[in-house]
Ligand binder design. Sequence first.
Ligand code: ADP
Length: 434
Amino acid sequence: MSTCRSSTGSTTAGISSLLGFLTRPHAQGEIRVHAAGKKLLASYEEMSHQTEGEQRRLARAQAFTELVAGGLAGIASLACYGVLWWLLADGVLPLAVGGTAVLAIRASTARLTSLVQQVNRLYEELLFLTDTEDAIALATENAIPTTGAPLPDPVDEIRVDHVSYTYPGTDTPALRNVTVRVARGQVTALVGANGSGKTTLTKLLSGLLLPTDGHVWWQGQEGTHRVDVREAARADVFGQVGLLAQDFPRWEMTAAANVAIGAGDRPRDMGRVKSAARAAGIHQLIENLQHGWNSIVNKGYERGVQLSGGQWQKLGTARSLYRNAPFLLVDEPTSALDPHAEIAAFESLWSLAGEGRAVVLVTHRLAATAHADRIYVLDQGRVIEEGTHEQLMARPDGIYQGMFTAQAAQYGAPAIPVQPGHAPAPNPVTGGPH
Ligand code: ADP
């Protein structure tokens, strides 16, 4: 029964998700140009047929059950009234008592029907209740603890110490025996192919995931005091971290709210919202909108405006800057930016490190990683190379050297590996020296 309910439930969920794609503007390009609309409509029809078929099957089963129950109830009533008639006809039962018995039979039948209906409803509700209880138990099991050891004050660095991580429900570790150091005042770059484990590592650094093996240490100055992330008060860990994920949420709210939500636990400070937006290069655009900071950054609403991918990325950057956290973790922060905006974004990240913050940068733009204080190259969940740009470029067969050279070649720049003590290679984005 519950399997049937869950399969019908997932089909219904699938139908509403398809309807979302068919009716909302974000997929309209592919729906028209790639003819995805036809495919989605066909799937919609197929799912609707499935749901209707399931509903017909359930209706037939219900009708059959009601037929059997009605038949049995009819036979029971017939037997009951037959006995009553026989008792009256035989003179065993006085007529007045017989009349009272008829009334009693009718009343008890009505009560019995109501009882059966109540039991049926109780059973249905119980199924939902069991699901809710299971969900609550799972949520309690995985709840983020509200207490824990205080972090050192100030935290000077995060040390990832021989960490492995395997996602629940998978067999292959996403990270294997990774050791990484993220220090304040430095830019730490994570590079590697898609699926090499960079995002997973940033999630471990932010306290969103806990290591399966190994330790993530939050250390005070000169390592005097350190706390394992498993023991730490997680609210304190989150308080130290600012995130800019690749798929950061685009809240259907005002421009001001979209920045201020970066510090959702603090009252909104419009002065700081504006200076974060200025640093992210989006301030002027928002100020020039008809409704300024009160514009809803989503078309389809009154005061709604449509932002481009790059403008959204700047708004996301403003959000993480507004958070003003000592450890800033940014995952591909410039993928949608134009070249000038990209250079400005990287400069702003470097200035944050100059102010004493730790910047962890996940990017495929190796022109930017060339400026990093430390680069970690990941491959299939392992750190396979680490060092500065110059050190990594000095490895003739190194992975980093190969990636940098390939990217530089796209710009026609002579990708001469840098030897220690020599001038660095040209910057593939700016064309100038690093
Ligand atoms: P990268 O950021 O380098 O592209 P990720 O850290 O996102 O790589 O992914 C590393 C590996 O972990 C990949 O094989 C990916 O399929 C797997 N992975 C990522 N997220 C999840 C998840 N939520 N559940 C299961 N596996 C995941």
